[in-house]
Design a protein around this ligand. Structure first.
Ligand code: GYE
Length: 363
């Protein structure tokens, strides 16, 4: 690739800075990422690790192309997240882009540290998933002053200065909440009885959980039949889903809140839903029958549960954004424009569909 005005001089400077930053970043990446066996192998023989999901040729190719991006991922809390990470790593390898990967293990301060390291290292583009919406302006201002474009993926940030990031790629999480509610209105169109809802929220402060919370209520606000009697965060974790289910069921063995039976569970992600289904088995509760369940993500395990009638509706959220991100990185590093906002198309799978026709999810 012909280098832009980011002249040979700044490249020489960059190389010098990179060398000093290398120790910093390498130490950070190794500890944080828990690199896959493959890239870990590369590290042990002393070469710089650029996480690649395919064979050694790709690593060779990666170095020659010389576009370097820093990717700050929030963690590995769900099958969705793991797939998102793999999509990024695979797409980078296939695009010949070197990807410095950081796993923040669910901590915003680790993401801020990683972004600062990417700035020191003078990567070409920074890509990150903001675990929560607020608190990014300072570090993004530093990236801006270093002339490093930032692509925000999956979750959104809340900022007073939209110029602090170049582009957002992700789903419409408010619409995901609306889709969940519309399914319930359709399912219960012929009943007038009150329907009590238990909501399991995702990570509080995240744009995803806020969107799924808002969109759901937006649709149901004028429908008095639906009554949200419980809303608690499970932080998108299967373990927390289990914990909440045990806490609720251990009271009197029934799925109820202060004696009020729960008719519907609205869960912000499949991992938490699977946690509930784990515990339901112990209590002989049939998900999908004794209680209607609506979940979001559409990982394979929940599609299997849908096929078994254990859940009733699954709102898709697509984690495979890697190829699009790499396409935008190529455009950016060739001074070509990219759209500010790019929404990922998604669907809904319900108990009324022919589940056998659903393609394997890959996560
Ligand atoms: O729904 C959940 C993950 O940010 C859309 O994060 C993502 C969410 C996804 O933990 O499984």
């Amino acid at each position: 690739m012909k280098h832009s005005a980011r002249t040979q001089r700044s490249l020489f400077l960059a190389a010098a800075v990179r060398f000093t930053a290398l120790a910093l970043v390498t130490a950070f990446v190794l500890t944080a990422a828990g690199c896959s066996k493959k890239s870990a192998a590369a590290n042990t023989n002393g070469t710089l690790s650029a996480s690649s999901a395919t064979d050694s040729n790709t690593e060779e190719q990666t170095y020659t192309r010389n576009i370097i991006i820093g990717f700050s991922q929030i963690g590995a809390e769900s099958a969705w997240r793991t797939c998102n990470t793999l999509s990024m790593k695979t797409a980078a390898a296939e695009a010949g882009i070197q990807l410095l990967f950081s796993n923040a293990e669910q901590k915003q301060e680790n993401q801020i540290k990683a972004i600062r390291s990417f700035i020191v290292y003078q990567v070409d583009v920074i890509v990150f998933v903001p675990i929560v919406q607020d608190g990014w302006d300072n570090v993004l201002q530093e990236a801006k002053e270093a002339h490093i474009p930032v692509i925000v993926i999956d979750r959104k940030i809340r900022t007073s200065d939209e110029s602090l990031y170049t582009a957002y790629i992700g789903a419409d999480h408010v619409e995901e909440g609306r889709k969940a509610a519309r399914f319930l209105q359709e399912k219960y169109k012929d009943t007038n009885k009150t329907l009590n809802i238990m909501e399991i929220r995702g990570t509080d402060g995240s744009s995803v959980s806020e969107g799924r919370y808002q969109g759901f209520r937006e649709i149901l606000k004028d429908d008095d039949r639906f009554n949200i009697i419980y809303s608690e965060t499970g932080d998108f974790l299967r373990s927390m889903g289990k914990e909440l289910a045990e806490r609720i069921l251990s009271v009197d063995g029934t799925l109820s809140v202060n004696g009020t039976p729960v008719d519907i569970i609205y869960s912000h992600n499949d991992s938490m839903t699977l946690g509930f289904l784990d515990v339901f088995e112990e209590y002989g509760i049939e998900g999908g029958k004794d209680v209607t369940i609506v979940s979001v993500d559409a990982e394979q395990a929940i599609i299997d549960a849908l096929a078994e009638g254990k859940v009733n509706c699954v709102v898709e959220c697509n984690p495979k954004t890697g190829p699009l991100v790499m396409e935008f990185v190529h455009r950016l590093t060739n001074n070509r424009p990219i759209p500010k906002i790019t929404r990922i198309e998604e669907t809904v799978f319900t108990e009324n569909d022919d589940i056998s026709k659903i393609e394997p999810r890959g996560y």
